[in-house]
Design a protein around this ligand. Structure first.
Ligand code: FAD
Ligand code: UDP
Length: 375
């Protein structure tokens, strides 16, 4: 039997942010889409659910942040956002430090009280490490920015756990995601707009996918029927792994996966902060999240804590992070060239474009594709 019985204009593979925005924008233009999603729910990695009145993020903590007023207004159409500001605590062998790297961190690490003292300390450690040219990897970049002590205590172990690689083998841009500041400001992000949707992210997806012109099929894997889908749909938006689309023809790209463990604790406040990073190499998890601190919602005497454990990716696991080092980026270019030969398929999102995108970048990329497609 034909899959495209309703004469859909688009097949959208993945009910995550990229796919849902494309479906929404297509519907606004009177185009009909079938969204297929292999997971049992919509929302991709942003999916949230409620437990004990607490909004739990199913795939790790998601804080919306952007510098773009246009993107901020766009996402605010679908939900009210709270005024949450991410302020992360690092726990290194029982000692606590503020993140991102700022005057509080420098004071806690060295007892320095002024920006000039902190800068002098960092310059001294950078010099002692023999770093003069431009940083060649994450380790050199980190020591150049914040010195050897902070690198050893707050970065080396966490990074090794997170990526399963030595920081010397990782690209420097990864550590530049975190601001370095010579002010006493613990805001994890430098962006102007920040918050969490007050009723969780999944409600945003319910609105994005609400049109009568959009049908959603959950628990449906594109690869179960790839050739039929491609033959029957005039155009496909594909937001899964690009190497999987091409049957790993040039070899697999590398990804990093995660495992989450959630426990309930019989108290209203267990760890005193939404996110605590465990930066030593021995603790097997990287972060511990206490969900009620993101939005203050929940019952009186129960709190939910999720620990995030990084793990190697294989085909039985979710691919959460692309590993954008030189080798993988080169391989991705081969797949991208192959994708360009298929004008009836648009590759989008974190896995389709193999890019370490945040949510605002996914929205921007999706709206760019929408512009190109409909103008
Ligand atoms: P996804 O959310 O991965 O959606 C793709 C969908 O396609 C998935 O639902 C998948 O199941 C489906 N799919 C894949 N293959 C198939 C197939 N063969 N058949 C059917 N369906 C398929 N960003 C921020 O801005 N702030 C944050 O605080 C933040 N925190 C993060 C924390 C973690 C732990 C992670 C992993 C990411 C975080 N991000 C954050 C990034 C954010 O999750 C992504 O930018 C965003 O979810 C990407 O959307 P997407 O649509 O590209 O991909
Ligand atoms: N990082 C670290 N220590 C920390 C937090 C982050 O070394 O306490 C490094 C680590 O390499 C991580 C990167 O900075 O992968 C980017 O951190 P971010 O919080 O942006 O990671 P994400 O939320 O995307 O997992």
């Amino acid at each position: 039997m034909k899959i495209n019985q309703k004469n859909y204009d688009y097949l959208i593979v993945g009910a995550g942010l990229f796919g849902a925005i494309f479906a929404y924008e297509a519907a606004l233009r009177n185009k009909r889409s079938l969204v297929i999603e292999k997971r049992p729910q919509i929302g991709g990695n942003l999916a949230t659910h409620q437990e004990h009145g607490i909004n739990v993020h199913d795939y790790g903590a998601h804080i919306f942040h952007t510098n773009s007023l246009e993107i901020w207004q766009y996402i605010n159409q679908f939900s009210e956002f709270n005024n949450y500001i991410n302020q992360v605590i690092a726990n290194y062998q029982g000692q606590l430090y503020n993140l991102p790297f700022n005057m509080n961190t420098f004071y806690q690490m060295w007892g320095v009280k002024t920006p000039a003292e902190a800068q002098a300390k960092i310059a001294q450690q950078k010099k002692a490490a023999g770093l003069t040219g431009s940083p060649k990897n994450l380790e050199e970049q980190a020591i150049s920015l914040i010195g050897t002590d902070i690198y050893q205590k707050l970065i080396k172990g966490y990074t090794q756990k997170q990526w399963g690689k030595d920081p010397k083998e990782l690209p420097s841009f990864i550590i530049r995601r975190l601001p370095t500041r010579f002010t006493f400001d613990n805001n994890y992000f430098d962006h102007r707009y920040q918050g969490i949707p007050v009723s969780g992210y999944t409600t945003i997806f319910e609105k994005l996918l609400a049109s009568e012109l959009i049908d959603v099929q959950l628990n449906t894997d594109f690869f179960a029927d790839k050739s039929t889908y491609l033959a029957e749909f005039p155009k496909t938006i594909y937001t899964g792994m690009i190497d999987a689309f091409f049957d790993f023809e040039y070899g697999p790209l590398e990804y990093r996966s995660l495992r989450f463990e959630t426990v309930a604790e019989p108290t209203a406040n267990f760890q005193g902060n939404a996110v605590i990073n465990y930066t030593d190499s021995k603790t097997p998890y990287t972060r511990s999240m206490e969900w009620r601190h993101f939005d203050g919602q929940g019952e009186d005497n129960i709190t939910l804590i999720t620990k995030e454990f990084p793990q190697d990716w294989d085909e039985t696991k979710e691919a959460y992070y692309p590993i954008n080092d030189e080798k993988n980026n080169q391989l991705f270019k081969q797949y991208r060239a192959k994708a360009k030969q298929l004008p009836q398929v648009i590759f989008g999102g974190r896995l389709g474009n193999y890019k370490y995108y945040d949510m605002d970048q996914v929205i921007s990329a999706a709206l760019h594709v929408v512009q190109k497609e409909f103008n």
